[in-house]
Design a protein around this ligand. Structure first.
Ligand SMILES: C[S@@+](CC[C@H](N)C(=O)[O-])C[C@H]1O[C@@H](n2cnc3c(N)ncnc32)[C@H](O)[C@@H]1O
Length: 239
C-alpha cells in the first residue's frame, strides 16, 4: 500500500459519510457484533482484551466502547494505526482510559506480539493492503487471537459475482461524482476518494472468497453480514 494514503484526508475523513450514508450504521454494528460474539465465545469472562487495527479517526473504537457499555462488559482496547495525522484526530476525539492509541504498522506490531487477544477488529483498513500483505496480516491476526477468539472485519469486500461488484462500484462512483459536482470548494478531497476507489477496484481488490479461504481453515465460524453497497462485515471465530 502507498505510505501515507490517509494523511491528506485525516482531518476531513468524517465527510466521507456523505458518500457512504450507512457508515455510522456499519460502525455501530461492528461494535455490537464484536462484543456480542465475545460474550458467546467466552461465556465465563467479564473482561475482554481487544486489538483494533487501523483506528483512523477513532469511530470504530468509539462504537466498541459504546457496545461494551450497553452490554455491560469490561474491555481494554489496544488500537494501532500507522498514520500520525489519524493519531492526532483519534486522541483528541476519544478520551477514555479503556482505549490506548499507538502509532504502529499492523505487520510489525503483530509480528512482535507475545500478547494474545480475545478479540481483534478492523474497520476499512485491510482492503488497503496489497494481496500478499493481506494474507500475511490475516494469518498473523489468527496467530495472536486466543482460541475461540473473535475477528471482526468491516471493510470494502467485493462480492464474488463480478456483475454485482461492478454495479456496486458504479453506484459508489456516482455518489462521489455527485459530491464532486455539488461541493465545489472541496473538489480535491473528492478527487482523492475517486482515485482511492479506482485504485481499489483493480485485480488487487479483496473479495469475499479470498477472506473465506484465508479464514475458514483456522476458524469454527466465518460469516458475512450486513452488506451495504461495496461494504460488508465479516465475523470469524477461531477454532
Ligand atoms: C479507511 S481508515 C478507517 C479507519 C476506521 N477504522 C474507520 O472505520 O473509520 C483506514 C485506517 O487504517 C490505517 N492503516 C492503513 N494501513 C495500515 C497499516 N499497515 N498499519 C496500521 N494502520 C494502517 C490508515 O492510516 C487509516 O487510518
Amino acid at each position: 500500500m502507498k505510505e501515507g494514503r490517509f494523511a491528506e484526508v485525516a482531518q476531513e475523513y468524517n465527510k466521507l459519510k456523505l458518500a457512504i450514508p450507512y457508515y455510522d450504521k456499519i460502525q455501530k454494528l461492528t461494535g455490537n457484533l464484536l462484543i456480542s460474539n465475545l460474550k458467546s465465545s467466552f461465556p465465563e469472562n467479564d473482561y475482554f482484551l481487544i486489538l483494533e487495527i487501523g483506528f483512523g479517526t477513532g469511530e470504530t473504537t468509539r462504537q466498541i466502547l459504546a457496545a461494551a457499555d450497553k452490554i455491560g462488559v469490561k474491555i481494554r482496547i489496544v488500537a494501532i494505526d500507522n498514520e500520525i495525522e489519524m493519531l492526532k484526530v483519534a486522541t483528541k476525539k476519544i478520551k477514555d482510559r479503556r482505549a490506548s492509541f499507538i502509532l504502529a504498522g499492523a505487520n510489525e506490531f503483530l509480528t512482535d506480539q507475545n500478547q494474545k487477544y480475545h478479540g481483534i477488529v478492523s474497520g476499512f483498513m485491510i482492503h488497503n493492503l496489497i494481496k500478499d500483505q493481506r494474507i500475511e496480516i490475516v494469518n498473523k491476526v489468527l496467530e495472536v487471537l486466543e482460541p475461540n477468539g473473535v475477528f471482526v472485519n468491516a471493510d470494502k469486500i467485493a462480492q464474488n459475482d463480478p456483475i454485482a461488484y461492478w454495479k456496486d462500484l458504479v453506484e459508489q462512483m456516482k455518489k462521489i461524482d455527485d459530491l464532486w459536482n455539488q461541493d465545489q470548494g472541496n473538489r480535491k478531497y473528492w478527487d482523492y476518494w475517486r482515485q482511492h476507489y479506482v485504485q481499489d477496484s483493480g485485480s488487487n481488490k479483496m473479495t469475499e472468497s479470498e477472506l473465506q479461504s484465508l479464514l475458514q481453515p483456522k476458524c469454527q465460524k466465518v460469516e458475512f453480514c450486513e452488506r451495504h453497497g461495496m461494504d460488508e462485515i465479516c465475523v470469524a471465530v477461531k477454532k
